[in-house]
Write a protein that binds this ligand. Structure first.
Ligand code: SF4
Ligand code: SF4
Length: 189
């Protein structure tokens, strides 16, 4: 299945879960407390299951990091104290052409071309070795340790975290729907 179809399926799944949560909200007393506890425990179990998975070493995440920000924008954000931008720009450099990135993950480039306004930048880490090793694995940056996050969109097909990601997806969508509804209720008060 193409990433585009996966994306459409994901959006429709989110809609379905969102309406289920709305129904649940109507019949739940002390909703904010109940949902906060549910979210806390769901995140805990997502993280526990993630900790049981191990990187298979395909190297794609070291060679394919997408950002909506250009290198200059990331530099500026980093200068203004954005820690994520700082780590990102310390770790990754931009591909000189989109076709270079396409060689690594063609489906994702195609997806970005179809589903964005064309403003995206793809980066790679110049340190990753030809046999997909990190030369300083023990001291790799936090952003590398944190990959993949459950909030991430699509994993490379070769990623060994795929089973965990698919298993966590519905739970993650529910957490998002609950948060969206609670934010809406807060604004409405
Ligand atoms: S620092 Fe290491 S783990 Fe991080 S992207 Fe580069 S090679 Fe990969
Ligand atoms: S994409 Fe997944 S399996 Fe491949 S190197 Fe990154 S974390 Fe490891």
């Amino acid at each position: 299945m193409s990433l585009n179809k996966d994306y459409v399926k994901l959006k429709s799944k989110y809609r379905e879960i969102f309406f289920q949560c709305l129904e649940e909200a109507k019949s739940t007393d002390n909703l904010v407390n109940v949902w906060h506890n549910e979210i806390k425990s769901a995140l805990k179990s997502i993280n526990t299951e993630r900790a049981a998975c191990h990187c298979g070493g395909c190297g794609v995440c070291c060679r394919f990091a997408v950002s909506e920000f250009s290198p200059a924008e990331l530099e500026l954000k980093a200068k203004n104290g954005d820690k994520y931008a700082f780590q990102f720009i310390q770790t990754f450099v931009p591909y000189s052409s989109i076709n270079e990135a396409r060689e690594i993950y063609p489906e994702y480039v195609e997806f970005l071309e179809k589903n964005t306004d064309g403003v995206f930048y793809i980066y790679y880490c110049p340190k990753v070795t030809d046999d997909n090793k990190c030369p300083d694995y023990e001291n790799r940056p936090q952003i590398c340790r944190d990959f993949p996050e459950v909030s991430g969109f699509f994993l490379p097909k070769t990623c060994s975290f795929t089973v965990w990601k698919l298993k966590s997806q519905s739970v993650w969508l529910k957490i998002n729907a609950m948060a969206e509804i609670m934010n809406f209720m807060k604004k409405d008060l």
